[in-house]
Ligand binder design. Structure first.
Ligand code: PLP
Length: 355
């Protein structure tokens, strides 16, 4: 059997949830589990996520799946419904809908659901992605109340730079003003805002990445924050090449051996979800020791520099990311974010779950 594996550590997930809960000022907690729980598999995680107050998902199918597996707490659908017809399912299964544009309000006015549904009215406080203009919030709330198909209304927004130097200041001030004026409960904090800006916590927080044990910040590690990786991607060295000085390694020969050296060939490639654009020098653990990749990542294989690791050979365990090597560090080297690595775990990688 090919040695690549993803191990999902439910104990780490429980600990992260507990940690995030303690940092949430008593707010209720949506566990954000879109993209099949950031690539971990929602079905695998659902029992451990039961300590959250609700699940935030994207597709109606994902929400129906969670209900079928017995999730009875609230479910928030982050893009709401896409047609009037879908609103019936929201009523039937008690899903909460994000409503982010006038067209969706129109769909609610046209719908005839069996019962009114809960709505998160999403306001654009400055990210300019989804959401109704803050200045139009009152009118939108009036329409929602008048249509007869809406039960509870919560105001939500999303921060563009809670993880960066600008922080939340401008957006949070605007959002707080409107939530106060309309006297409605609020939800705005993603992981970064939850951890750095307690003033944003509101009625419900919406952490995602921190639950999975990665850092939302470019300048603070997951370990420093105090969360543990839930996914560990590992494999083994399946071949060792001893090359002479000047030998070229891998596609396009981008790596040229500066001296005679040993190179480990690892059974993991971009078809497993390892980023092809990760350059040589990306961190990797071999036998628990920090090492570096070299050359191009290919579809099924990548290279590890074995200089200084005489004990490493065929069969040596390799960690691509997870326990002992944060996905954040690998992502930084590959000019991406841990989110993309976790979500990109390929379907062909066997997954095991430990408690
Ligand atoms: C994905 C998402 C989150 C979670 O963000 P993290 O950075 O993973 O904590 C929160 N809110 C919304 C609207 C999202 O789409």
């Amino acid at each position: 059997m090919r040695p690549i594996r993803a191990k999902i550590d439910l104990g780490a997930l429980r600990a992260n949830l507990d940690f995030v809960r303690r940092r949430s000022s008593g707010s209720r907690l949506w566990a954000v589990a879109k993209a099949d729980a950031y690539g971990h598999g929602l079905a695998r995680l659902q029992s451990a996520l039961a300590a959250a107050d609700g699940l935030a998902l994207l597709e109606l199918e994902a929400a129906l799946g969670a209900r079928e597996r017995g999730w009875s707490k609230p479910i928030l659908l982050l893009e709401g419904f896409f047609s009037t017809k879908e609103i019936d399912a929201f009523a039937l299964h008690r899903f909460t809908a994000v409503v982010h544009n006038d067209e969706q309000i129109g769909m609610l006015e046209a719908a005839r659901p069996a019962t009114p549904i809960d709505v998160y009215l999403k306001l654009n406080s400055g990210m300019n992605r989804l959401g109704i203009a803050v200045a139009a919030a009152r009118h939108a709330v009036d329409r929602l109340r008048a249509c007869g198909n809406v039960a509870a209304i919560t105001l939500m927004t999303h921060y563009a730079d809670a993880d960066g130097p600008r922080g939340v200041a401008g957006q949070a001030a605007l959002f707080e003003t409107v939530t106060r004026e309309l006297a409605l409960p609020s939800s705005s904090a993603n992981s970064a805002a939850l951890l750095r800006f307690p003033g944003t916590h509101g009625a419900w927080v919406r952490p995602g990445i921190a639950l999975y044990g990665c850092s939302p910040f470019p300048d603070e590690s997951a370990q420093a924050i105090g969360v543990r990786p839930v996914m560990t991607l590992s494999s083994r060295i399946i071949a060792v090449q001893s090359v002479e000085r000047g030998a070229r390694v891998g596609y396009s020969g981008t790596f040229v051996a500066p001296e005679a050296m040993r190179i480990g060939v690892v059974a993991c490639g971009y078809a497993d979800g390892y980023p092809r654009h990760a350059p040589g020098g990306t961190p990797i653990l071999v036998h628990g020791a920090l090492a570096q990749t070299l050359g191009r990542v290919s579809m099924d294989l990548l290279f590890a520099d074995l200089r200084g690791l005489p004990q490493a050979g065929v069969g040596s365990e390799v960690t691509l990311w997870g326990e002992g090597l944060s996905a954040d560090a690998v992502a930084a080297s590959a000019m991406t974010v841990s989110y993309e690595l976790l979500c990109g775990l390929a379907a062909r990688v066997p997954v095991s779950v430990c408690e």
